[in-house]
Ligand binder design. Structure first.
Ligand code: IVH
Length: 660
């Protein structure tokens, strides 16, 4: 059989898994690559195109579970731009088609929602029919299921059209997807690969009661039949869509392709801040008369293109599962992977959290898995591709002894984790030191993980206070350690002595004492001796310190070994007091809460602005909060803030406040 036939068959198979079974084996990126290969072969020799080729239709044939619905206007798909150059080519082609080389084309750029496309039909403002895209011409009647999606209005606020066909995307928010998969793994059900598949699976199943439980959302981005007499621009249609009661996403109007490229990149950088998955940005010609002039090809309009973001998913093989010992002695199973790249980063390990996670997801050595990595978040295994099983996979068996010090592992009551309880376990010692020197703790640059491992293995350091006793002689025999890097290291060790006390408290790695509890302790007690001597009554009276943290703090400071190390740190000259800030900063003592997606800043840059000016960012609303900063889709915090009389400001006013 020829290569092109094989490719076509392969695409048919993956289409079926994706659209009909809602259970893909390939990531979108892998599918796209195959699809593009077929397209390329067909473009080279158009005589090879067959009418049933995946390139000749939109989506797939509807399954026979639902009644068929013929769309009055074909539901198109979009061609893809894989990089900026392909966006520029798109603009050039449009200008050429219109014979307007020197005139800028105005575009609207929208996020490309990674969901399930639908059409809703309203007659005299009443929702009468909801359908899936199907093959673009004919979809499935999913009216009953769509009626359970609350963001699809059943009655419209006075649309100016008697019959309205509207197109959009049903999505499942990321948090909802996580919860659903957690529940499914607990009840032994097959996991969904991603929010899109779970949205699709929720719409394309026969019991509307299940759909109703899934808490889906729908966003709309186009009218099926457009009436140019009523709307001149795509943005007018979008605003009308919003005004009559639909959800739309934010969008950006751009004067020319360069602005559109910038908007695409901005959406890409904000991708992880969206509540729902977006896999690209859609660039659309704003002027509807130009859209009409440009028209469409078999499958895609000529006036729009999807700029695809780098994929965040990949499939790979689990080569082994090992146990890692953390600084508290907890053992974490880690999957050793056949290395794969996701958005430019090579991934060769993924945490499996605990044994429950392994058994719930039924992860075995030798399994092919779908791996997801969003932004800087640690990569995680979403699910096993069961169809790739050969029968040779090996179930993971928990070991009885610590892989590092060989002492017997213990499972404490009420805990799912196994622990190594040997305080001399080299792995625990190493991890404690790595935490102590880390950026958010004492921030000792130059003392990286490998160096810590070497120093502990060579018994140069045995605990955190030994760091301050390091000298040239002690480290001279370590591999690749020149005088310059040694001096840099000594300088940063010396610098760390004047760290804020809250960093030191956090660096000690007391269980349940994170950065905010450390700060609360320091704000309250001002120096280490008072913290060491704090009693239970005093600790529980502090608002931000919970009972678990209280017990753990008392426990930590009653341990002779810990007190000795603190004493050695003190002798070494490490700061043990709250430092008074010199001069006032504008946000000193001010507390901020953020809610919703900001449009010009990322959440973390807004938070660091607050901190630089002396303020604090907090997660939840309470009376003591000074400002709630709201972005798009702010959620329930706003109601609570209103109730408590907290100042509510938008992004623009936040920026004004920062700029003073
Ligand atoms: S416009 C004629 N806008 O992506 C153009 N589509 O690959 C029709 N999608 O079928 C689509 N977000 O399911 C458009 N803002 C957006 C979109 C969007 C997601 C989906 C839609 C479409 C597919 C094309």
């Amino acid at each position: 059989m020829s290569k092109i036939d094989d490719l076509r068959k392969l695409l048919h198979y993956h289409n079926h898994r994706y659209y009909v079974q809602d259970d893909p084996e390939l990531t979108d990126g892998e599918y796209d690559t195959l699809y593009r290969k077929l397209l390329e072969l067909e473009q080279k020799d158009p005589s090879l195109i067959t009418p049933d080729s995946s390139t000749q239709r939109v989506g797939t044939t509807p399954s026979d579970k639902f009644e068929k619905v013929k769309h009055s206007k074909k539901m198109l798909s979009l061609s893809n731009a894989m990089n900026v150059d392909e966006l520029i080519q798109f603009d050039l082609r449009i200008k050429k088609d219109l014979a307007v080389n020197d005139t800028d084309i105005e575009y609207i750029v929208e996020p490309k929602l990674d969901g399930f496309s639908i059409e809703a039909v309203y007659e005299d403002n009443v929702f009468v029919l909801g359908s899936t895209r199907g093959d673009g011409d004919t979809g499935e009647d999913v009216t009953t299921n769509l009626k359970t999606v609350r963001s699809i209005p059943l009655i419209l606020n006075n649309s100016i059209m008697d019959r309205l066909e509207i197109r959009g995307e049903v999505v499942m928010e990321k948090s909802e997807f996580e919860q659903l998969n957690k529940l499914r793994s607990e009840t032994g059900k097959q996991l969904f690969a991603n929010p899109r598949n779970s949205a699709a699976g929720s719409i394309r199943q026969l019991d509307p009661k299940i759909t109703a439980k899934r808490n889906l959302k729908a966003y709309f981005y186009a009218l099926g039949s457009l009436d140019e007499a009523k709307f001149k621009k795509h943005e007018d249609a979008l605003e009308h869509i919003k005004n009559i009661g639909f959800k739309i996403t934010e969008y950006k109007k751009c004067e020319n392709i360069n602005e559109a490229v910038a908007a695409c990149k901005r959406f890409e950088s904000l991708r992880n801040d969206f509540k729902f998955e977006i896999d690209g940005a859609v660039v659309k010609v704003n002027d509807l008369s130009i859209q009409t002039r440009l028209g469409e090809r078999a499958r895609n309009p000529r006036w729009a293109i999807a700029y695809k973001f780098a994929p965040q998913e990949a499939t790979t093989l689990i080569k082994d599962i090992i146990l890692q010992v953390g600084r508290t002695g907890v053992l974490t199973p880690v999957a050793i992977l056949d290395p794969v790249k996701i958005s430019g980063v090579k991934i060769s390990r993924a945490t499996l959290h605990n044994l429950d996670e392994i058994s719930k997801k039924d992860i075995r050595i030798g399994d092919t898995v779908i791996l997801h990595r969003a932004g800087d978040v640690i990569p995680k295994i979403v699910k096993v591709v069961e169809s790739k099983r050969t029968g040779n996979e090996i179930k993971y068996m928990m070991q009885e002894n610590c892989p590092v010090c060989k002492s017997k592992l213990v499972k404490l009551e009420n805990e799912i984790a196994y622990r190594c309880l040997n305080p001399k376990c080299p792995s625990i010692i190493k991890e404690k030191i790595k935490h102590f020197v880390s950026r958010r703790a004492m921030n000792i640059e130059g003392l990286g993980n490998k160096l810590v491992d070497q120093m502990v293995d060579n018994k140069i350091i045995n605990n955190v206070s030994d760091i301050y006793l390091l000298n040239l002689k002690k480290i001279s025999f370590l591999d690749r350690f020149g005088e310059k890097s040694a001096n840099n290291l000594f300088n940063s060790i010396a610098d760390s002595k004047s760290c804020d006390l809250q960093r030191l408290i956090f660096a000690l790695g007391i269980r349940h004492v994170g950065e905010s509890t450390s700060k609360a302790l320091v704000d309250w007690y001002c120096n280490i001796d008072k913290i060491i001597n704090a009693d239970k009554e005093s600790l529980v009276s502090i608002n931000d310190i919970g009972t678990e943290a209280t017990d753990s703090i008392l426990n930590y400071f009653s341990d002779e070994q810990n007190l000795m190390i603190l004493n050695q740190l003190k002798t070494a000259g490490v700061n043990m007091e709250l430092k008074k800030t010199i001069g006032q900063r504008p946000f000193d003592g001010k507390k901020f809460v953020f809610s919703g997606t900001l449009s010009t800043l990322t959440r973390s840059s807004a938070q660091s602005m607050v901190e630089k000016l002396g303020g604090q960012t907090i997660n939840s609303i309470s009376k003591s909060i000074d400002y709630l900063v709201v972005g798009l889709e702010p959620g329930s915090k706003i109601t609570k803030a209103k109730k408590l009389g907290v100042n509510i400001i938008d992004e623009t006013n936040f920026i004004k406040l920062v700029q003073g």
